[in-house]
Design a protein around this ligand. Structure first.
Ligand code: HEC
Ligand code: HEC
Length: 160
């Protein structure tokens, strides 16, 4: 059954993605979609793996040509959003590999299928046990755990 249905769904998913790149939710997304799509599509953004400074430069120089004036907050949100989702590496992964292997090894994570809320509770429990996690790291860790050790995803989100 899979043999026959998989290629079709792959084509459909590919077509949808080509039209609208899938953007993760978060602060800055709306501004990105409204301020950065007048001259080009967001495909130009989603393939990049740039650090925060580079994104800051790009947003500044691109916004400078634009008629849309971004406030300081909007600029910060967009830069933060881009650096977080289209950054050079997966910081959440690094953190989990470092911190969550401290006491019991990453094998504890294998086979888990928790929701974000459940991971939040588990991670809070680990912090209580002594895991050294800052507030900023907390949400990056949850992002990573949710994405990689979450409940089975809907179709179309499963490729990464
Ligand atoms: C007024 C038109 C305009 C708007 C608005 C605009 N861009 Fe651009 N952008 C361009 C043009 C023109 C280029 C291609 C110039 C070039 O080759 O660097 C470009 C190129 C880019 C590139 C590729 C640069 C590279 O070096 O590969 C990125 C990334 C980008 N824009 C991001 C953004 C973001 C993020 C926003 C919203 C803050 C935005 N753009 C808004 C006109 C615009
Ligand atoms: C300071 C030591 C320590 C660190 C660091 C640590 N843990 Fe734990 N973890 C424990 C202990 C002790 C247990 C067993 C106690 C328990 O089951 O409640 C445990 C159990 C678990 C379990 C199985 C229990 C359950 O509720 O499913 C998971 C999953 C888990 N840890 C995930 C993590 C994650 C994710 C991280 C990184 C954020 C982490 N741990 C970091 C000490 C730690």
């Amino acid at each position: 059954m899979w043999g026959r249905s998989a290629p079709l769904s792959a084509i459909l998913v590919g077509a949808v993605f080509a039209a609208t790149p899938p953007l993760p939710d978060g602060p800055g997304k709306k501004t990105l979609e409204s301020a950065c799509t007048t001259c080009h599509s967001l495909d130009i953004v989603t393939g990049k793996k740039w650090g925060r400074e580079k994104w800051q430069d790009v947003v500044r120089s691109n916004a400078a040509h634009s008629k849309v004036v971004l406030s300081k907050e909007e600029t910060a949100d967009v830069v933060g959003y881009l650096a977080r989702h289209f950054g050079p590496q997966d910081r959440g992964k690094e953190l989990v590999e470092e911190i969550c292997s401290f006491c019991h090894g990453l094998a504890r994570l294998k086979g888990q299928a928790y929701t974000r809320d459940q991971w939040e509770n588990v991670t809070k429990g680990m912090i209580f046990e002594g895991a050294p996690v800052t507030e900023e790291e907390f949400s990056l860790i949850l992002d990573y755990l949710e994405k990689n050790f979450g409940p089975p995803l809907e179709q179309g989100k499963e490729d990464k």
